[in-house]
Design a protein around this ligand. Structure first.
Ligand SMILES: O=P(O)(O)OC[C@H]1O[C@H](O)[C@H](O)[C@@H](O)[C@@H]1O
Length: 527
């Protein structure tokens, strides 16, 4: 059994803390040194991806200290315990089994007589069979016509991951002849969200998936009622158009109002649920079950690498360790995720939840306050768009923001044009290469307003093309990175008590049970 200790009690952490500013990135990345580092500091990921950390503030000395930290904090042992079914989510006393939904790792985990691997596989099979029947026209609307659109109703983890994955493969699927149904998403309780989607959707040919692990989320239940109302007003029977994805213990599971229900369980956290039926049903309907299976395979391949004890061969663990060095030793408050891929436009939004809801904690896994900083603020946008927006602060602002770039050598659609001797894809990739060096090396100018200090660290994940497999590997990389960081900070990354208070107060506002400032704001907003 691994032992769980606070980061600041570890001898290896104290050693690491002595290496503050050990590497001058500007110097390290200039001239031939830079070229040597780019070749040397790269770790293969699954599915042809690679994690290049040449422009991070590391050298062999820092890496050796990070390896000691990984060993002393027993990261690999903790991961092994997690996927073999230990109660890692101490706050809710739950297992953490999203890796098992990808089938590859670990022994069989049996809870209350149920083999969990078999359970997840059976739900995937059920989603696959259902999707195949919809595509074949064996499951149709009341008029016997095929469904053409699928609309997911969910929020947080029941929206962000599946939506990011759908958008990531939408064009790829069309290009590769596997686009089966258009997918849309309703998440916000703002009535304009549901209204806009409903107005642009052919209701008679649409399937709606109500996705809520708990089955109690206000926004989702409200939007479900909103959609049912629209279906009824259109003369359609909601029971012929609605599906549910929920946990077996949720109130939704007991309803007969759905054409079909698919299940996950309490051992898969909302923000880690893309690999379960939460992502599986919508993605199998949109692209076919084979494509969803390919995403899972990519994730499973990355998970295998995450089990490696050697940090130089474990890009997920290494990324996590470098992130903790940046956060706790270098004291950088935030991290930007910058995919140079329009298809990944919602991936940073997914990571915002996955990372900040997991590691935005002030107490350790035993409920005691920690004396060090934990999860950084995460934000991001695709490049090159971000360059024309917030990169000013990243280049010349007073805070240093570590950067995580993602880039692909090839586009998904392949349509391109040569303008001034280069393709658009080449321009995209040229920009990410330029940014890494600009951030690291800077450029001296006598005019301080035009001076670039440099010394701003970044890493890049490079792939051939964004495919189902590489997307799965990318998803798993960040999930595993976040998990390892939670282990290092000794926090429970798998609960989210911090979201409760706002929900409780909103209920009080709606019940007119307010006083003080809550009453004043309620009045100002005309509630
Ligand atoms: O899937 P649900 O139970 O409806 O939950 C949806 C989301 O809402 C909650 O407030 C949590 O903060 C998220 O972790 C969760 O993903």
């Amino acid at each position: 059994m691994a032992t769980w200790n606070n980061l600041d009690t570890l001898a290896s952490y104290k050693k690491l803390a002595g290496l503050k500013n050990h590497v001058d990135i500007k110097e390290a990345m200039s001239g031939e040194n830079g070229a040597t580092r780019v070749a040397k500091y790269s770790a293969p990921m699954a599915e042809g991806l690679s994690f290049n950390y040449a422009a991070k503030q590391v050298d062999d000395t820092v890496l050796a200290a990070l390896a000691e930290l990984a060993e002393e904090s027993q990261l690999a042992d903790k991961f092994e315990e997690l996927y073999n079914g230990a109660v890692i989510n101490t706050g809710e006393k739950r297992l953490v089994l999203h890796h098992l939904a990808r089938r590859q790792l670990g022994t069989d985990v049996v809870v209350d007589g149920v083999n969990k691997r078999d359970f997840y596989v059976s739900q995937q099979q059920k989603a696959a069979d259902f999707a195949n029947k919809v595509h074949a026209g064996e499951i149709t609307n009341a008029a016997g016509e095929k469904f053409t659109t699928v609309v997911q109703i969910g929020i947080g983890g029941s929206d962000l991951g599946p939506r990011a994955l759908y958008i990531a493969l939408e064009n790829w699927a069309k290009e590769n002849g596997v686009a089966k149904m258009e997918a849309k998403f309703i998440s916000n309780v703002d009535p304009d969200d549901a209204a806009a989607v409903l107005k642009s959707t052919d209701l008679a040919h649409a399937l709606f998936i109500v996705v809520s692990k708990s089955g109690t989320t206000l926004e989702t239940l409200t939007n479900e009622a909103f959609v049912k109302d629209a279906l009824t007003k259109a003369g359609l029977n909601p029971a012929n158009h609605m599906l549910a994805v929920t946990s077996e213990t949720s109130p939704l599971a007991k309803s007969d109002d759905y054409l079909e229900a698919f299940f996950m369980d309490d051992f898969i956290g909302g923000r880690y649920s893309s690999s379960s039926a939460v992502g599986g049903v919508v993605l199998s309907l949109a692209f076919g079950p084979e494509i969803f299976a390919r995403i899972l395979n990519g994730a499973a391949e990355e998970d295998k690498l995450a089990a490696n004890k050697n940090i130089l061969e474990n890009p997920d663990m290494l990324d996590a360790l470098i992130g903790v060095y940046e956060r706790n030793v270098q004291e950088y408050p935030s991290t930007a995720v910058l995919p140079y891929s329009q298809a990944l436009s919602r991936f940073p939004a997914h990571l915002q939840q996955c990372d900040m809801e997991s590691n935005g904690k002030s107490v350790n896994r035993f409920g005691e306050p920690v004396n060090y900083v934990t999860g950084p603020t995460i934000f991001g946008e695709p490049g090159t768009n971000g360059q024309h927006s917030f990169y000013q602060l990243l280049h010349q602002g007073t805070d240093i923001v570590p950067l995580q770039f993602v880039g692909f050598k090839n586009s998904q659609i392949g349509m391109d044009v040569v303008i001034e001797d280069s393709t658009s894809q080449q321009k995209l990739c040229a920009n990410v290469a330029a940014q890494i060096v600009a951030f690291a090396c800077g450029k001296k100018d006598e005019n301080l307003n035009k001076n670039f200090e440099g010394g701003r660290p970044s890493s890049i994940i490079i792939g051939e093309q964004l495919t189902p497999e590489s997307l799965g590997a990318l998803l798993a990389h960040f999930e595993n990175k976040i998990m390892f960081q939670g282990f290092l900070w000794n926090v429970n990354s798998f609960d989210q008590e911090g979201v409760q208070l706002g929900k409780i107060l909103a209920k009080r506002v709606l019940a007119h049970d307010t006083d003080g400032a809550l009453k004043s704001y309620s009045d100002l907003l005309n509630i």
